[in-house]
Design a binder for this molecule. Structure first.
Ligand code: F0G
Length: 434
């Protein structure tokens, strides 16, 4: 299967070799995507083969990404793949969250079950494989925490050196700790995500370091598997809606590409609507989508949100996200700090849990059902992007009434659950329980 890089811009569509080290089109500056000739793909045969691979002990078959390698066929040699058995994440029914969200039924696809606790692993296994295929020694990224944790792990597993740039003081300790533990060279830069991305791009080019942010089209290929696995788990019945949080907008780009390819290859009959939920203080894409036109995208210079994973004011993949949301007939919404915090606690009360950015999904669903946009009977999958333990500081503050929004105002916790300090005295404790 031949793979090529192609400029995403419709007016350009210049093609490049899959082994060119490129992140943007040299001709027009547009985003790049990986393109394949899928004309000979046999959907029926592959559905069966992919099911059979779940029984296999081969490392690539056990991966919830490489199991579907026929739909991400960019590698010439599978030996370049680095797998930590990423993907294979569950679909979980959540009746209490459904009720809170105004739905009869709600299912979470929980990407926090990944090896480093976030959906980034689905993409990073592919990005790191491409780095090895290209003979790269060092890989770099700027991150709000999850990309860096994931990149550090895959680099370590694949014998690459990881160089990480993070906004100083603006990522959770859980995520920073992962990068340190996996041995990444870690720079805490006194700037925000968007500013550091520009810096890292200059450094990557100057020093020949391979860039593994989601602008890297091979990361997007890997993240397609989230949707492919979701459809496989649902016996190829698409839901009405897929709801996900938006940051740099790589994930929605991957979901849209996967859905188009699955439809074009005959795996699914229709494309579900994509709903992207942004945090209110970091929401340029939502504002753009209210009245989209080529020149009307305006970055937010100082994004603010406690959901630090999606604290991004200038999302690079917005042109792709625009197309994918439009093709799906979907939309965007934004959620406030208290809405995200309470929704997150409800997801916790389902015994599921997630990090703050992920909870933007449920907060958004509640608003969209309230406005009559999503029907109460709709079949909805919300993607939880990160594990509950990614940001324990936020959780402790919420439950003990210490969480304040970026402006410094207290957030009243609707579902707060304070730990109770007691003396070592069975009588007193029994009385409290009593
Ligand atoms: N949810 C979580 C937990 C994330 O870490 C991110 C992005 C997103 C949602 C948004 O995904 O960027 O594809 O729209 N985190 C990146 C990082 C930016 O550096 O870890 P997106």
């Amino acid at each position: 299967m031949s793979a090529e890089l192609i400029c995403f811009e419709r007016a350009c569509r210049t093609r490049y070799s899959v082994t060119d080290v490129l992140y943007n089109c040299p001709k027009c500056g547009g985003l790049l995507e990986v393109s394949y000739d899928f004309s000979r793909i046999d959907a029926g045969g592959l559905r069966q083969l992919w099911r059979q691979r779940r029984m296999s002990n081969h490392p690539l078959d056990q991966s919830g990404v490489w199991r579907y390698r026929e739909i991400i066929p960019f590698l010439d040699d599978p030996a370049h793949a680095i797998t930590l058995r990423e993907g294979c994440t569950p679909l979980l029914d959540a009746p209490r969250a459904a009720e809170y969200g105004g739905l009869r039924r709600l299912t979470f696809k929980h990407q926090g079950f990944n090896p480093t606790g976030s959906f980034k692993d689905n993409g990073m296994t592919c990005g790191a494989a491409q780095a090895r295929r290209l003979g790269m020694r060092r890989v770099a990224c700027v991150s709000t925490g999850n990309t860096s944790a994931s990149m550090a792990a895959y680099a370590a597993a694949g014998g690459l050196q990881a160089v990480i740039f993070i906004p100083h003081g603006n990522i959770s300790y859980g995520k920073l700790a992962q990068a340190l533990e996996y041995g990444a060279l870690t720079f805490q830069v006194e700037a925000n995500f968007d500013q550091i991305l520009k810096l890292v791009r200059v450094l990557a080019e100057r020093l020949g370091i391979y860039l593994l942010n989601s602008i890297n089209p091979f990361r997007i290929e890997g993240q397609k598997s989230i949707v492919v696995e979701m459809m496989d788990q649902r016996d190829w019945n698409p839901p009405d809606w897929i709801v996900l949080p938006g940051g740099n907008l790589g994930n929605v780009s991957a979901f849209g590409k996967a859905l188009r390819e699955l439809r074009d290859c005959g795996f699914i009959g229709r494309i579900p609507k994509l709903a992207v939920i942004k945090a209110e203080g970091a929401s340029p894409f939502h504002h753009f989508m209210k009245d989209p036109s080529r020149d009307s995208f305006h970055a937010v210079e100082h994004p603010e949100t406690l959901a630090t994973a999606i604290k991004i004011g200038d999302p690079v993949s917005w042109p792709k996200a625009w197309q994918e949301v439009a093709v799906s007939g979907g939309l965007t919404e934004e959620a406030g700090e208290k809405e995200i915090a309470d929704a997150k606690a409800v997801i916790g009360l389902c015994g599921i849990g997630c990090e703050p950015a992920s909870a933007a999904t449920l907060a958004g669903i509640r608003k969209l059902t309230g406005a009559g946009v999503i029907d109460r009977d709709a079949d909805v999958i919300a993607v939880l992007t990160g594990n509950v333990l990614k940001d324990p500081d936020y959780i402790y503050k919420y439950h003990t009434g210490q969480l304040t929004d970026p402006g410094g105002s207290a957030i009243e916790a609707l579902f707060g659950n304070r730990p109770v300090v007691v003396p070592n005295d069975p009588g007193r404790i029994a009385a409290l329980l009593g």
